[in-house]
Ligand binder design. Structure first.
Ligand code: NDP
Ligand code: OXD
Length: 316
C-alpha cells in the first residue's frame, strides 16, 4: 500500500456502514475514518455522504471530494464546502438499479397493480380494461444520466416518453421540453410523472400542488400517477396528499421524503394509494463504486482530467 505524505483518504459516510468502503479503499490508499482525521494535513481526498458540516473546510490539503452518490445535495448541505473539484457517481451498476426501479413502478401503475392486489385480497375475479403502453405518456423530470437511461428502457417497453430538463436536450424517440416555458406543456402531456431531478435551490419543492394539478387528467389510466426517485425535498408531501385526496393524482410511488427516515406518524405510510420504499431505488454499492474512485485518484495524479465533475454554480 502506498504511504506517501499528504495522500490519505478521509472516509465520512453518515448512514452507510463504512466497513466495506474502508476495506476496498484501503487496498490501495491509506484511509482515515471520520471522526478521526479532523484538520489532518495528510488528507488529499475525501469520500463522503452527508459529512458533518465544516470537516472538509478544516482539511488544509484537500484536493478532491468524491460523493458516494449520484446526488451531491448532501455535500452542499454543509455551507463550508471548500472550493475543490467534486466528483459524483455515474456508474452502470447504479444506473441499472434506477432503470429497474422506474420500470417496476411505471409498470405497476400502468398494469393496475393496486387494483389487482385489492381484488386478490377480496377474491374478486375481474379484468379491468388495460390500456396499451403506447397510449400512456411517461414524463421524466430530469433528463440526465438516470433520466435518459430510464427513458430508453421505457421506450423499449413501448411507452410514449417525454422529458424535461434545464437546458434544451434531444433524444431519439423522446419529446423533449426545457425550462420554465416547457414545464406546463410537459406536464399537460404526462400520465405518469417520474421525478429524477437533483435537489438544488432551483428545484426544491418543485413537485407541489400547482405542478400536480397540471398533469393530464383525461389520460388512459383514469388519472395521473407520480413516481419520485430523485430527492424528497423536491416534493411537498402535504400537496401530494391533497392532490390524492382531491382526485387530481391517482397514485404515487415515493422512494424519497422531505425528512428521512419518514416519520412514523406520516400519513404517507398508510395512504391506500401511496407505495413507498426507504430511499432504496438505486443503492451505492462500494464493490462497484470504489474501483472507479481509485482509478480517478490515480488518473488525477498522472495529470489527467477528473470525470463526472459537479458544476458548483448549478449545484449538481
Ligand atoms: P444528472 O446531473 O445527470 O441530471 C440531472 C437532470 O436534471 C439534467 O437533465 C438537468 O438538466 C435536470 N435539471 C437540473 N436542474 C434543473 C432545473 N432547475 N430545471 C429543469 N431540469 C433540471 O443527474 P442524475 O441523472 O445522475 O441523477 C439525478 C438525481 O437522482 C440525483 O441528483 C439524485 O438526487 C437522485 N438519485 C436518487 C437515488 C435514489 O436511490 N433514490 C439514486 C441516485 C440518484 P440539464 O440536462 O439541462 O443539465
Ligand atoms: C444517490 C442516492 O444520490 O443514492 O446516489 O440517493
Amino acid at each position: 500500500m502506498p504511504d506517501k505524505a499528504a495522500d490519505r483518504v478521509l472516509l465520512s459516510v453518515t448512514g452507510f456502514n463504512p466497513q466495506r468502503w474502508y476495506e476496498l479503499l484501503s487496498a490501495e490508499r491509506p484511509v482515515v475514518l471520520e471522526p478521526d482525521g479532523a484538520a489532518d494535513p495528510t488528507i488529499r481526498y475525501a469520500v463522503v455522504w452527508k459529512q458533518p458540516a465544516g470537516i472538509l473546510a478544516g482539511l488544509p490539503n484537500l484536493e478532491v471530494i468524491f460523493s458516494v452518490g449520484a446526488g451531491v445535495d448532501h455535500i452542499f448541505a454543509d455551507p463550508h464546502v471548500p472550493d475543490v473539484p467534486i466528483v459524483r457517481v455515474v456508474a452502470d451498476n447504479l444506473t441499472q438499479y434506477m432503470i429497474e426501479y422506474v420500470a417496476w413502478r411505471v409498470l405497476d401503475h400502468h398494469r393496475q397493480g393496486r387494483t389487482y392486489r385489492d381484488q386478490q385480497r377480496r377474491k374478486v375475479w375481474h379484468e379491468p380494461r388495460q390500456p396499451a403502453a403506447d397510449e400512456v405518456s411517461v414524463g421524466i423530470m430530469g433528463l440526465g444520466e438516470l433520466g435518459r437511461a430510464a427513458a430508453r428502457a421505457l421506450l423499449t417497453l413501448g411507452f410514449r416518453v417525454n422529458g424535461w430538463s434545464r437546458s434544451p436536450r434531444e433524444m431519439d424517440g423522446v419529446r423533449c421540453f426545457a425550462g420554465q416555458d416547457g414545464l406546463t406543456p410537459f406536464l399537460n402531456a404526462t400520465d405518469i410523472l417520474v421525478v429524477l431531478l437533483p435537489l438544488t435551490p432551483a428545484t426544491e419543492g418543485i413537485v407541489d400542488h400547482a405542478v400536480l394539478s397540471r398533469l393530464r387528467q383525461d389520460g388512459p389510466l383514469g388519472g395521473p400517477c407520480l413516481i419520485n426517485a430523485g430527492r424528497g425535498r423536491l416534493q411537498r408531501e402535504a400537496d401530494i396528499l391533497r392532490a390524492l385526496d382531491e382526485g387530481l393524482l391517482k397514485e404515487a410511488s415515493l422512494d424519497v421524503f422531505e425528512a428521512e427516515p419518514l416519520a412514523a406518524d406520516s400519513p404517507l405510510w398508510t395512504h391506500p394509494r401511496v407505495f413507498l420504499t426507504p430511499h432504496a431505488a438505486a443503492t451505492s454499492d462500494p464493490a462497484h463504486l470504489v474501483p472507479p474512485m481509485l482509478a480517478q485518484m490515480a488518473a488525477y495524479e498522472r495529470g489527467e482530467a477528473l470525470e463526472n465533475l459537479v458544476d458548483r454554480q448549478a449545484g449538481y
